[in-house]
Every structure is written in C-alpha cells, then in structure tokens.
Design a binder for this molecule. Sequence first.
Ligand code: HAM
Length: 414
Amino acid sequence: MAWQSPKGTRDFFPADLSALQHVEKSWRSASINAGFDEIEGPMFEHLDLYTVKSGDGIVSELFSFRRDNGDTDYALRPEFTPTLARMAAAKGRSLAVPTKWFGIPNHFRAERPQRGRLREFKQWNVDMLGIDSPSADAEVIATAIRALADLGLTSEDIVVRISHRDVVAKMLLDGGLKEAQLQVALGLLDKREKMPADVFTEKVSAAGIDPSVFAPFDNDTEASHEDLSTLLHELKQWNIDKWCKFDFSIVRGLAYYTGIVFEIHESGGNERAIAGGGRYDRLIEMFGGPSIPAVGFGMGDVVLSLVLRDKGLLGDGNDLLPTPEVFVISASDEGDSAISETVALLRNANLHTRRSYKATKNVGKLLTEAANSNARFAIILGEELSRGEYVVKNLDTKDQVTLQRANLIEHLKS
Ligand code: HAM
C-alpha cells in the first residue's frame, strides 16, 4: 500500500519549502519594517472560540476533535483572529496602545480542495490594536502592499477592494431590504462572486429577498462615509491609493467585522482573494477583554504563490536552495583520514561546507560533483596533505592554489 498525504495537504520537499520561505521572508520583513512584533499561538483551541464569533462558514469547515475518553472539544485553528483576540483579552489593560502584532501560522479548514483552496495553508496575519481610526486601516494595508511589492508585484497586478459594512447595509436597506433579512443578504452578497448569476438570483428569491436590492452592487457605486473619506486621505499619504479601489460588493464572510473591510485580489479577477481583512472593534471585548478597537488582515500562501508563478515571479524553488561556499573532496588515502576534520574546521568557521561521500578517487568525477553542488570553491585533499597543504580550486574562475592550513579560511572568506 502506498501512503498518501491527506487530501488538501502538501508535502514540502526542499525546493518547495524554499519557495514558501521566499514568500514568508517578504511577509516577515514587511512586518518588521513597519514595527509589528511576531507572535504565535497554539495550533488547536477550544472549539467554542470559533463557534462564538467566526460565522457559520468557518464553523462548518472545522477539524474538531476530542481526546479518547476526554470530554473537551477542540478544533484545529482555521484562522488566527480568535486566538489573537483571546491573547489580547488576556493582557487586559496592560496591553500597550497601539499593539502591533504579526504572525505566520498554519491553518486548517475542511474545505473541498480546489485551485487556491487547500485544507492546510499558511497565512500571514497583521493586526493593529488600540487605534480607532482609519489611519490604522491604511497602515495595515500599506504593510500588505509593501510585501507584495517586495515580491515583484505592482499596482497593475493587484487591487485592494475596500468596502464598509455600514455602507453596504445602508445600500441594501435603502433598496427596500427588511432589517430582519440583513444578515442573510450580507451572507449572499459575500458569496455572489463565487456562483453563476442565475444561481445567485435563485438563492436570493428562495430567501424571500427581492433580487433588485442587489442591483446597486453591479456597478461602481459612489457612496460616502466619514471612515472612507479619512481612509482615502490616508491611502494617498501612504502613496498606495493607486493600488486601492472602493468596491461595495465586498462584505467578507466572517461575522466579527464591524466597519471597513477589504480584500486583495489579482487585478484580472482570475483567482480567489489573496488576502482579506477589516475592522473588528468588538471581538476582544467579546472574549472578556477591555474594549479595544482592532484592524488586520490575513494573507494566504496558496493563492499568492499561484499569482506569483503565473507572473513569472516565483519558480519551482530550485534556484532558491542554499548553495555551499566550499565542497571538500578526497583524492588520496591521507584525504580520507582528514576529510571529517577538514569539514569540521570549515563549518566551525561558519562556511557552508559540503563534502563528497563517494569512494572514488577520480578527481575529474569528484570535481563534477563539486561543480553540480554550485559551490564557489572545491578543496581537494590530495597527497600534498602530508606536507600540510590543501589544494583550493575556485569553481567559477577555475584558478587553483595550494595553501597552508593557516591561510585556508582567510582565502575562502576573501
Ligand atoms: P479569510 O478571508 O478567511 O480571513 O482568509 C484570508 C486569506 O487566507 C484568504 O484570502 C486566502 O488567501 C487564505 N485562505 C483562506 N482559506 C484558505 C484555504 N482553505 N486554502 C488556502 N488559502 C486560504 C481570515 O482568516 C481573517 N482571520 C483574517 C484577518 C486577520 N482579519 C483580521 N485579521
């Protein structure tokens, strides 16, 4: 029987992991550059943490479990925001204002695996707590854009679609929607893009809603809200307004958002959202903490990697694997006795050192192996070793020198 990884999970061979780490490096440096500190939490939480306020969509996709003979329900984390809000609530009044946290946790959602959607993925979270102004929203959006730009994307490739829950609600109610139908209508609007128009109309009618209340969302509708005017001003200050547009068809599926919400998409509209976020001013309080306003986003690695590959900005990761500075080969019996000690000397001097494990003494073959490792230098342990000499070959220039042991490290580091 051949064992396979569970559906919707990924095995990361070295090149795959290098590609992921390339993305994570941009995430981490954009966060640190903007003054966010890294946090991490448990990979599973009490089930209730998600049933309280994440919304039905995410709850229906939980991997939940109970220990044998146990009576506590847990769930693998499907997102980070409840953990972060729980951590902030635990700090209570001692939480600094503002608190700027980021994390790169992995998440688990029992979704049907498809392009851009897996059952385990990485998600960069950037959250800013304690500032009740769209200036904080603009700062987290600017941080997202910093990472995307660092990865080679431009405002031609990417659009940040910004909306506001209150504006959307008002548009629906002004269009004749009954107050009692608001939550259902918001849920439908959130899923509208993911289904054909006739299926949407069918679902809307089945919910007893007049489809015409959604008409204003078909076009770029103008709407005004003080938060949005302030946000636009701030986006201009950050010089990122050309990456952003207002789009009131964005409502976001998660139940805890309270005001401005946004999604980051590939401009062609070909993929699912690269990131999603918004304001959640009441969540920390809901978890027993003080009333602390908050805004943040989550950006997954799956859709982003598809977009980067599609634009030729991310390869298969082979070119990103680390290459050695030195490759040691033994071409003599003296070399065989000295190879471990030589490798230790180099590694202790912080040189990335690899060696051949082959038995052959054929220098041509061994040098080919050294060249294939993409090392800068090869050290050939030959008969000269009996005189305390090491042959060092520069694999780029093909120059070869014979050095005393005392001069070896200095030459390799030069
Ligand atoms: P979300 O919209 O559920 O928001 O997820 C954000 C991003 O995570 C998505 O845009 C997508 O890139 C990625 N993602 C989500 N589900 C999957 C999946 N099954 N496979 C691959 N990628 C996926 C949240 O999770 C919020 N907690 C974000 C947030 C942080 N809001 C405030 N702070």
